[in-house]
Design a protein around this ligand. Structure first.
Ligand code: NM2
Length: 540
């Protein structure tokens, strides 16, 4: 029977957690908002440093792995070529990890930093401009992509080296936790992962939907109401559902291709018809500022902020901590995709590739869209900040797009792009949620199971939009991400344990770790030749 395929404890566990959090928020919105805001402050103030340390440690760890012997391991058989060309690989990687939020934040993030800059800088000053155009790239840069890559290590390793397909996070930590993952411990890990993903996707959908609603409003005049927003979410679910039913692979492949080309078109259009020189110069300068201040930004926690005479900005809590948490909740899920597409690459290529190409993609969005907005502001062409303070961020984003030539057409493209981005988020998230709640997945997870999670995905953002407020949306990721801090640690440990064991025992490790074998032989050879050299010397 098909029902037997479902892993009920995980299925019910995740559902109860989801409803347990969202239903009270909808029934008691006033009290709910208060509790959410307290939860946000409590988590970011007390545990903010944990998220910050985590981001930094993951980055350092991956750089270490990339250049260690473990990094030389090939994901596949010896002599195997990478399954995808580097361009397709980078495009798929980007599509898996990035959704509609990049349209939102690339256009508007600078405005928040310009008004509330880091490091105690004077708001709306020249110095603030510098950070406004740089900090977005940092929050979508190498550390963020490192967070995404970590879970891909054990997953890809089990897939292509040990040849054991892993679709659950609990499976990926088996080397550390042993058979306990078959019991409640495994269920708890999977439920927490699902809860994190529901929170992260909740943040994405609750941000993206009002922006699309504004676009629709701009194009058709339909007023932006909760009804319109719910309709948009339903539409995105439907687009995904139809494509899932009409032969998934083709439907979603077409959507992702359209997405890629529309993004390239939009970026090229803004770059050519916007202030090209300003955007180029500012992006280049920001990259320098970023490189110069990378460690400062990665570790800045404002510890003296609340010591009486100093004024606290809460910038790190409000931004960096939130961002690391948000990337964290998506990480195991993106890790699965990264692992799947990385066959034939080495661990080192996978690590450096995600960090470099992922960052380049985000730099393009922020450098073009963000600096376009910044230009409008400082040249006085459009006071985005005043507009935002009166009308909110989603309306400002659309209004910034409206400053381009052929504005109706551009707003249309922007809105369609955001809709497709959301539909693909529904698609991939529901795929993973459904897979985790099944005992085994042959080919595809059950269709009803996928559809169920696609609709379940709407619950959190509906509750969040109902409550309103950016901090409410941020809290979903921050709270959902908390348990993942421990899970990330287990994933890293698990990868190191498994790969170190295999390297050590590689002589009898058959058949897929030929590369490991070769590595070992190479080392032996080196030792031998060193010995030979010594002997030669002796005989001389
Ligand atoms: N991240 C990249 O909506 C999206 O773009 C999904 C969001 C974690 C900030 C990912």
């Amino acid at each position: 029977m098909k029902m037997k395929l479902i892993d009920w404890p995980t299925f019910i566990g995740a559902l109860i957690l989801l409803l347990g959090v969202t239903v009270p928020l909808i029934i008691f919105p006033e009290a709910g908002k208060e509790v959410v805001s307290q939860a946000n402050t409590f988590m970011t103030e007390n545990f903010g440093v944990l998220y910050m340390v985590l981001g930094f440690v993951i980055f350092a760890f991956l750089i270490y792995v990339a250049f260690s012997k473990n990094g030389a391991i090939k994901l596949g058989d010896e002599g195997e070529k990478p399954e995808f060309s580097t361009f397709s690989w980078a495009a798929m990687l980007f599509a898996a990890g990035i959704g509609s939020s990049i349209l939102y934040w690339a256009v508007i993030e600078w405005a928040y930093y310009y008004q509330g800059p880091p490091f105690g800088v004077e708001p709306e000053s020249k110095e603030a401009i510098k950070w406004a155009s740089t900090y977005g790239m940092f929050h979508w840069g190498p550390i963020a992509w490192a967070i995404y890559t970590l879970p891909a290590l054990p997953i890809a390793y089990f897939y292509y080296v040990r040849k054991k397909p892993v679709l659950k996070v609990s499976e990926a930590v088996r080397p550390v936790l042993g058979d306990t993952v078959d019991g409640p411990v495994g269920t708890i890990i999977d439920v927490l992962f699902m809860f994190g993903l529901l929170g992260g996707a909740g943040t994405t959908l609750a941000l993206g939907t009002p922006m699309i609603a504004q676009g629709v409003n701009d194009l058709t005049g339909i007023p932006v109401t909760l009804g319109l927003k719910s309709g948009i979410m339903l539409l995105c679910t439907l687009i995904f559902a139809i494509s899932a039913y009409s032969g998934l692979k083709r439907g979603i492949k077409i959507l992702s291709d359209v997405n890629l080309w529309l993004s390239i078109f939009l970026l090229a259009f803004i770059f050519i018809f916007g202030p090209t020189r300003f955007m180029s110069e500012t992006t280049f300068t920001s990259l320098g500022v970023l490189a110069d201040n990378f460690f400062r930004m990665a570790t800045w926690m404002e510890p003296f902020g609340n010591l009486g005479q100093f004024e606290k900005t809460s910038f790190p809590e409000y931004w960096t901590v939130f961002y690391w948490a948000w990337w964290l909740v998506y990480a195991p899920f993106v890790g699965l995709f990264v692992a799947r597409i990385s066959r034939g690459r080495t661990i080192r290529q996978m690590i450096l590739g995600t960090m470099v190409y992922g960052t380049i993609g985000c730099v393009l969005f922020f450098g073009i869209m963000g600096n376009f907005g910044l230009y409008l502001q400082i040249s006085g062409q459009f006071d985005a900040i005043a507009f935002m303070n009166d009308n909110g961020a989603p309306a400002t984003i659309i209004e910034i797009m409206n400053q381009l030539p052929l504005s109706d057409f551009i707003v249309l493209i922007f809105t369609v792009l955001a809709i497709i981005f959301l539909a693909t988020t529904f698609d991939s998230s529901s795929y993973i949620l459904a897979s985790v709640t099944q005992r085994n997945v042959e080919g595809e997870p059950l269709r009803w199971n996928r559809l169920f999670w696609a609709f379940a995905l709407c619950i959190m953002p509906l509750a969040l939009m109902f409550l309103g407020g950016l901090d409410t949306l941020q809290t979903a990721s921050i709270v959902g991400g908390f348990p993942l801090i421990a899970i990330m640690f287990l994933l890293a440990w698990s990868f190191m344990k498994a790969s170190n064991t295999d390297i050590r025992e590689s002589d009898d490790y058959e058949p897929s770790t030929i590369h490991i074998k070769r590595w070992k032989n190479r080392k032996k050879k080196k030792k031998r030749s060193a010995l030979e050299a010594l002997e030669d010397k002796d005989t001389d």
